[in-house]
Design a protein around this ligand. Structure first.
Ligand code: AKG
Ligand code: FE2
Length: 375
């Protein structure tokens, strides 16, 4: 597959050239301060409504009681101890926002190979690369046999790493598939994948997550638009945009059987989403994600600006895409399954910490807590 020609994606509507598009903005310097200010303003307004011009006498006119001055000191200490600003705030505010990406997309060099400068430039601009053929025919046959074996294993269906479709008992996803299956264990260590991931991320890498998405014929349901990084940041504590996914097609991916769609260039904008993360959110979101998906106007702005590429291609082909690409896929009512294996590599310099917007991290099979580099 080395040097394989990139398959041309189809673009659905590239927007009106030159149409004004709101630019992303910097994250609010201190969202909490802004919220405090809004609350104070609200307090002032309601005091005015009640017929008072000020909520309480100006501070200068009062001598604080001892308890009040101690409270003041505690507040100061609290302010100083606040964590440093989150560059990618999400699920914290009342309104969505489009924010600038603060990280490079390509962290490594062309000189280290295997991809040349033009290929890296294209990845930098679009946020993804497509390979017409990444694995051999024999490998493809063995991966497909493994897919069938996994999805027909009734014992495995009881495993929490296996997610079934919401309206049928068919397997939707198998997570941590590289631990469940020896066949996929070999694949995730393969230099064809790992060398590329290392080059993009400019460091050693470890596996943050692996999964097969089956998208069965007739009943495979959609994946609504999202950025993977948004979830990994909010729920897994991934600090920076320094992860890459590689998806290998194990069946043909057509326009009509639910192929991956990406808004090319969208990875440079972070969409801050609305809605708090419920406890154990992953149980619902793996069947149908709602929290952590962008609002319709942010999606319309991005789609007008970037268009939508449909990443079709024959079985055995692959897509490498940045953690912050805006992507999703339609349901599959055709008889032809669309099954792809996804491996997510993260930089060993970007290991996960406490979640940025959830009460606790998701289980290890969704966000690895073992950061051992792939060798
Ligand atoms: O399988 C697909 O079409 C998309 C899946 C996806 O985006 C995800 O699992 O995060
Ligand atoms: Fe995704």
């Amino acid at each position: 597959m080395r040097g394989a020609a990139a398959a041309a994606p189809r673009t659905l509507g590239t927007g009106t050239p030159g149409a004004p598009v709101p630019a992303p903005r910097e994250p609010a310097a201190a969202p909490r301060a802004a919220a405090r200010e809004r609350r104070t303003a609200k307090g002032r307004k309601s005091a005015q409504k009640r017929g008072r011009t000020t909520a309480r006498p100006p501070d200068a006119a009062r001598t604080p009681k001892r308890s009040e001055s101690l409270r003041g000191m505690a507040m100061t200490a609290l302010t100083i101890q606040q964590p440093t600003m989150d560059d990618y705030p999400t699920r914290k505010d009342q309104a969505p926002a489009l924010l600038y990406r603060k990280d490079p997309t390509v962290w490594g060099e062309a000189a280290s190979g295997p991809m040349d400068a033009a290929t890296l430039d294209s990845y930098d601009a679009k946020g993804y690369l497509q390979f017409e053929s990444l694995i051999t025919r024999d490998e493809l046959e063995s991966f497909r046999a493994e897919l069938t074996r996994l999805s027909s294993d009734d014992e495995l269906k009881k495993d929490e790493r296996v997610v079934v479709e919401r309206a049928s008992d068919e397997v939707r996803s198998v997570f941590e598939v590289h631990k469940i299956s020896p066949v996929f264990a070999d694949l995730v260590r393969d230099p064809r994948l790992v060398d590329r991931a290392r080059q993009i991320l400019g460091s050693d890498v470890y596996i943050h997550q692996s999964r097969v998405n089956y998208k069965p014929g007739f009943s495979g349901t959609d994946f609504f638009w999202h950025s993977d990084f948004e979830t990994w940041h909010a729920e897994d504590g991934m600090p920076r945009m320094r992860a890459v996914s590689i998806s290998i097609a194990l069946t043909d991916n057509y326009e009509h059987n639910g192929s991956l769609m990406i808004m090319p260039g969208s990875h440079k904008t972070f969409v801050s989403c609305v809605g708090e993360t419920p406890d154990d959110h992953y149980r619902a979101s793996l069947k149908k994600q709602e929290i952590g998906t962008p609002d319709q106007s942010s999606l319309s702005i991005l789609a007008d600006q970037h268009g939508i590429d449909v990443l079709t291609g024959p079985a055995g082909g692959a897509v490498m895409f940045d953690s912050n690409c805006m992507h999703g896929s339609n349901g599959n009512i055709t008889p032809f399954p669309r099954s792809n294996v996804f491996i997510v590599y993260n930089s060993v310099e970007n290991t996960c910490e406490a979640p940025f917007a959830a009460s606790k991290p998701r289980p290890y099979f969704l966000g690895a807590q073992d950061f051992t580099p792939v060798k």
